[in-house]
Design a protein. Structure first.
Length: 241
């Protein structure tokens, strides 16, 4: 850090100038949030059936009696040992928040292509208690833009993040929102990918306030699973790369 040391009055002038910009961002964020809520809905007509520890469940079942559902598309590829540190960082924020979700008519679930046994091994290690089901054997991940075939990856066309990003892998991350009406019909209302998931990682909001910021050499290069922070060695490249 190489700070510019000034008097209290000079600091106050600089802080007020920044406050004006922060207020602009706040008002713009409110405007974008209103537009997000006003997006049209698309009915989900595919009868997805996921695997849980208690047996088969449908997308409607994941609402758990509520009218709104937030789904984390957690990167967990069948048969691979890699546990995405970025997805895990997001998931670490869920247990505390989910206590409040329930009072806002919102349920949360994570969905991955990995088999339920592989999911449960990760859940046990990370000590998470939110619903997490397997979409293996269904087209769910492919339909919602978070899994790609080997042919799609080899072709290299931008497909991820609504066709704006060329980075593709067997499984990538994202977040989707669903709603259910009184007739029990399920609708897709919103999805976000790539840096859109940063909005759900509260740790970033704290780090962005301090002088060193996120202090990273690559995108989220400092992030580890929460039981691996004793390993202080550097990581190469980006978190999800």
């Amino acid at each position: 850090m190489q700070p510019n040391i000034v008097s209290r009055d000079e600091w106050l002038d600089a802080r007020k100038a920044l406050l004006a910009k922060e207020r602009e961002v706040t008002h713009l964020r409110d405007e974008v949030a209103a537009q997000r809520r006003a997006l049209p809905w698309v009915q989900v007509e595919t009868p997805y059936v996921f695997q849980s520890t208690s047996g088969p469940v449908t997308l409607a079942d994941l609402f758990d009696g509520r009218s709104q559902l937030l789904v984390q598309h957690f990167m967990l590829t069948p048969g691979k040992d890699h546990i995405c540190p970025g997805c895990s960082l997001m998931a670490d924020h869920v247990p505390g928040a989910s206590l409040h979700f329930k009072n806002a008519d919102l349920s949360f679930a994570a969905i991955s292509r990995a088999p339920i046994e592989q999911i449960e091994a990760v859940r046990t290690r990370m000590e998470w208690d939110f619903p997490w089901v397997s979409s293996g054997g269904t087209s769910f991940n492919y339909d919602f833009g978070v899994s790609y075939t080997s042919e799609q990856i080899a072709e290299g066309k931008p497909l991820y993040n609504f066709g704006t990003t060329s980075y593709l892998d067997e499984d990538v991350h994202g977040t989707s929102v669903f709603a259910k009406n009184e007739a029990g019909e399920v609708f897709h209302t919103y999805s976000t990918y790539a840096r859109g998931d940063e909005a759900f990682i509260g740790a970033f909001s704290f780090l962005d306030l301090v002088p060193k910021g996120r202090n990273e050499e690559g995108t989220m290069s400092w992030v580890r699973l929460h039981d691996e922070y004793e390993d202080t060695g550097s990581t190469d490249g980006d978190c999800c790369g």
